[in-house]
Design a protein around this ligand. Sequence first.
Ligand SMILES: [Zn+2]
Ligand SMILES: [Zn+2]
Length: 401
Amino acid sequence: MSIEELKKIAIQAIDDKDRQLFDVNQQIHKNPELCFEEFKAHDVLTNFLEKEGFQVDRGYFMPTAFRAVFSRGKKGPKMCVLCEYDALPEIGHACGHNLIAEAGIAAAIGIKAAMESSQNDLGHIVVYGTPAEEGGGGKIKMIKEGCFDDIDVAMMVHPCPFDAGFVSILSLMEMTVTYEGKNAHASGYPWEGVNALDAAVQAYVNISTLRQQFKPSWRVHGVISNGGVKSNIIPSKSQLIYYIRAPSATELKLLKGKCENCFHSAAQATGCKVKIEYDVENIEDCYAALKNNVHLVHLYKKNATSLGIKFLPLDEEANLPSGSTDMGNVSWEVPSIHPLYKIDTEAANHTPEFTNATCTEQAHQQTLIAAKSMAMTTLDALTNADILRQIKEEFSKSVNH
Ligand SMILES: [Zn+2]
Ligand SMILES: [Zn+2]
């Protein structure tokens, strides 16, 4: 059977389950669950996959993670699609992870149907359910458990207001800065106080001043999460929470040092003590920058284009706004892609408008196209040893140089 015939079978299998897939994304959208609490989504997805004939491991290393596998033969490559399904506080599925979950399971049933129709033993399709993308880094925990040791290629897609194959994803670290000073009556004895709010404001201004010398690709943004309790008390405690982002671990380290100087100098100027805490112990455990596998992205784009998708020109893709994801970490373990696909909204992710746009029929149809593109790309690599070799060679060179 030709690759084109196999792709047609995958597309048909996805279309055949159109309504069931829509129902899965709606159920997840209606029950938004936060990081590591995605129990309902986990159950909806694993029940679906089991019914479709996958061998499912529920609660895989974490209560809301899963692994589902379909194999054709014992040997052959292990291709992986990833689902995310966590939501955001208050604004629900404002990042469209209900659609990411749908895309993952839709791609998987398409690939399975093609594998079953082939006269050859093609290998394995693995679906990972990965919790807590919006903070918590479920994929980083799964990497540490060795979940990607036996995987050859990993892919996922993400809804967005545009179509892009090459995505720039930044490395991310969270810093929590606490200043400790001394309370005093703000009118009666201000000279006896040590003002922790002044330290926080000074730190904020230090960083804002330094921003002019930041590289355009760096991002530093924070809030003052504690600025004291009452105007007539000199605050003895203050706290800032900052996210810092850069395109590589090396640059993130550099940026971290610059920010630490800002925080320490504010402490010195105001006479406060400072404590800086990090969301991870090592910079290696941060959300990593994404390594796009060029071969895989080209294949994905070719397949998506054949289904009518029009990608942005390459120079525009390179300048798109970027965030961070733990898929970045996966991309340093195995050849990976994380294309963005357009749903019908002008609003950016993480807004209530985007939440409303992720439950429409149109968003569902766009999700099926992205799922079909992943299925077709997986089949390209499963049926052609040369293609898989090129993908892997590119990966080895890019992580070893
Ligand atoms: Zn998000
Ligand atoms: Zn997201």
